[in-house]
Design a protein around this ligand. Structure first.
Ligand SMILES: *Cc1c(COP(=O)(O)O)cnc(C)c1O
Length: 739
């Protein structure tokens, strides 16, 4: 069966003899002969099949197209999927019913929770924890390794209480522990670990006497804390604090490994790393401990070569290097029991399963067996007992559990069809240009130069031919007309109205040219190709990148972003996202590649906005680092949070429970899910208070100004009172836009 590609160029004058027009003409006759209808739309077809059963072959869009456009299977499995309903759904466990994110958000809004909202799925943390633990258990069993695995969660990744409670609760059967790196984190962990007997509390980071004191108290309380020395001087501080209470410390050493990882976080490793002890320091610490008869207190060797490590061989090389150090320490008389391999297990943010910095080319199972085998090999070779293997996976454990949902407020930029300019649009564009040029009733401000430019613009589409030369010349001419208008305006020769008209006509002409360019694209010079690309729209989003996805701004990290509904409709607008802050960096203009592609994309395909209907986007895999590193730039505060678990819909949400107050409310249920908690994000005065603005003082200042205005008669007393109550109400309201 023959497949004919019809050029999408606008209809030309048929007598011009242009081959594309002849082809179109011929095809139209075929269609007429076969009794097929929409002749006019032939030029807008993607492809036309001719043969025994001619039919329009325009592929209709369905959910599976969205799945591959947004690469959902790559980054989202097994938790996120696009359903036939055209909605993005979340499956928190294998058995659970899929939870419709869009539906959750709409109901939450009915219950008074505004967007943006962070939706937490604690069951996903549990699933990830089981996966990590299960992978190590499996690797240990299948290699006959003699030791065990003991995971700890680095709280710096996400120190939200719900998240930590979920980690400890899910990890209780395995004595899953915590890792801390500061006094505040230590204080928090001490309060939480009482109910996890046997779990490790790894104390990293620089430490003073007070930090050491807290560790001593942990030992007194029966919490299995290990103080990991980051610097040689820390030993004396620790021994002094321990001696005061007469407890036996449990000590670890952080080694500076020579093995480096090349990614963004790679500077944590190598000989110039910020943390850790050099071989010389290590030897000195062991000797000092032996000198006071405490060599047996040294039990753990720790290293951390960085985050998001994209090469399994770097992992195993580091583990192997550390295992030799471990064996040496054991031979030197330390009572070695643990090898702590730090964090670094990555997340496949872009879904490409490649070694790009946003991806991960190996599985958790590969990671676990790589580590277990490397440790086993060295221990057998050196004749030391197999240690308990500790890892401190943060990113890999919590990234998947939270989704940020936000709405699009408006759109800026031209509405040109992305893939093809169809005949209707092209005709409209031409019509527009001609109308602009025909403006018979010259406005008072019409100038000879302005009118000449407008007429020149109008001629562009008419003289356009479907050849590379013509496309190139028309494109250059249009750009030059725009420049001329700018110059003329700056020289005072044309009016503002004329300049705006020329701009508009140039846009219309370019849209026309783009249509013709599609067929000859490959023959066009680069700069013309660039100008023939569809214009990029800017969608304004109700979100602050600095607050909710700081790594996107700070280190150009990619997170999957996509609509959570309308996924059975073809998105046609290539767009970038602009956030609420008055900061030119507050934008998202790099996106994960579509399924099968490799490089990040400069735009995201989105749907046309439908007036009066919400358009909701989700940002995924944001559960690690983003919440805690976000800043109050432009005073956008923390966002509302919903905690959702799967569950049968026993009843619909309780009637009449809709509450518009900002006090956290107790949740609701929907199909397949239960919202356990709705927590309010920060209010304006909450964010203000952090910068020491006192609510009451602010109200007093405004009250004084209002009463002065009323006294002087600039304002009625009633208006002054109502203004004050508005002011107070808004101080207590959400910092994001509400409609
Ligand atoms: C940050 C950090 C981690 C967590 O790293 P991930 O890559 O998120 O797993 C673990 N250990 C230490 C010492 C860290 O500093």
């Amino acid at each position: 069966m023959a497949l004919a590609l019809i050029d999408t160029a606008p209809a030309h004058n048929e007598r011009s003899g242009c081959t594309a027009c002849k082809a179109r003409h011929a095809l139209q006759s075929v269609f007429i002969k076969d009794g097929l209808r929409p002749i006019d739309s032939v030029s807008s077809l993607d492809s036309v099949r001719i043969g025994s059963a001619p039919c329009f072959n325009r592929k209709t869009w369905d959910s599976s197209d969205s799945r591959s456009l947004y690469a959902v299977d790559g980054w989202g499995r097994p938790y996120f999927s696009v359903e036939d309903s055209g909605h993005l759904c979340v499956k928190t466990t294998d058995e659970a019913q899929a939870i419709d994110l869009y539906e959750v958000c709409l109901r939450a809004q009915q219950q008074g929770t505004q967007l943006p909202v962070l939706i937490r799925f604690p069951e996903i943390i549990r699933g990830r924890l089981h996966e990590i633990q299960g992978s190590f258990d499996h690797a240990i069993r299948s290699s006959g390794y003699q030791g065990v695995y003991a995971g700890v969660f680095p709280v710096k990744c996400n120190h939200d209480r719900k998240v930590l409670e979920c980690v400890l609760e899910s990890g209780r059967p395995y004595s899953y522990g915590l890792e801390v790196g500061s006094k505040a984190e230590m204080l928090m962990a001490m309060a939480m670990m009482g109910s996890s007997p046997g779990a490790l509390l790894i104390c990293n980071g620089y430490k003073d006497a007070a930090f050491m004191r807290l560790a001593v108290h942990c030992w007194e309380l029966g919490i299995r804390a290990v103080v990991v020395l980051e610097q040689p001087q820390e030993l004396d501080i620790l021994l002094e604090e321990a001696a005061k209470s007469g407890v036996q410390p449990v000590i670890g050493l952080r080694a500076k490994l020579a093995t480096r990882h090349g990614g963004h976080w790679g500077t944590t490793s190598g000989e110039n790393a910020k943390f850790g002890l050099s071989p010389r320091d290590i030897v000195a610490v062991v000797r000092n401990l032996a000198a006071v008869g405490m060599a047996d207190c040294l039990q753990l060797l720790h290293f951390h070569i960085g985050s998001q490590i994209s090469s399994l061989s770097v992992v195993t090389e580091a583990v192997s290097e550390a295992a030799y150090l471990y064996a040496e320490l054991a031979h030197m008389g330390a009572d070695m029991r643990f090898i702590d391999c730090g964090g670094g297990l990555g997340v496949d943010y872009d879904g490409t399963a490649s070694d790009s910095h946003s991806s991960l080319p190996f599985t958790i199972k590969d990671y676990a067996s790589g580590i277990v085998c490397a440790v086993q090999q060295v221990c057998e070779e050196r004749g030391v007992c197999a240690p308990t293997i500790v890892t401190e996976s943060g990113r890999a454990l919590v990234s998947h559990h939270s989704v940020l949902v936000f709405d699009v407020i408006s759109r800026q930029g031209q509405a040109a069809q992305a893939d093809s300019v169809d005949a209707d649009e092209a005709a409209e564009a031409e019509h527009h240009v001609e109308k602009a040029a025909r403006t018979e009733e010259p406005s008072a401000r019409a100038t000879p130069k302005g009118q000449a430019l407008l007429q020149a613009c109008a001629r562009v589409p008419r003289s356009l031919q479907p050849t590379a030369e013509s496309v190139r010349d028309s494109c250059m001419l249009t750009l030059s007309l725009r420049q001329q208008a700018l110059k003329a305006f700056k020289a005072g020769c044309i009016s503002l109205e004329e300049r705006a008209s020329v701009d508009e006509s140039c846009d219309a002409a370019l849209q026309h040219i783009r249509g013709a360019a599609a067929a000859v694209h490959a023959q066009l010079p680069d700069d013309v190709q660039l100008n023939c690309r569809p214009p990029v729209a800017s969608y304004h989003i109700n979100l602050s990148v600095f607050r909710s996805a700081p790594d996107m701004w700070a280190i150009q990290q990619l997170f999957p972003v996509m609509p959570i509904h309308r996924l059975d409709e073809q998105p046609t607008v290539p767009a970038i996202l602009a956030d609420l802050t008055c900061d030119s960096d507050g934008k998202i203009d790099s996106f994960i590649p579509a399924a099968g592609a490799k490089a990040p994309a400069p735009t995201l395909k989105l749907h046309e906005l439908t007036s009066g209907e919400p358009y909701l986007l989700g940002m995924f895999l944001t559960g690690a680092y983003q919440e805690i590193m976000g800043s109050a730039h432009n005073m956008f505060g923390s966002v509302n949070v919903l905690t959702v678990r799967s569950g049968r819909c026993s009843e619909d949400s309780p009637a009449g429970s809709s509450s518009r107050s900002r006090a956290g409310s107790s949740g609701f249920a929907g199909p397949g899910y239960v919202v356990e908690a709705m927590e309010q994000g920060e209010s304006a005065c909450g964010v203000l208070a952090r910068a020491r603005h006192v609510r009451q003082d602010m109200i007093e200042a405004v009250r004084a100004a209002a009463s002065a205005a009323a006294t002087e008669g600039h304002m009625k007393w009633g208006a002054a009172r109502s203004m004050l109550s508005t002011y107070e109400r808004l101080l207590d309201s959400y910092t994001y836009l509400s409609f």
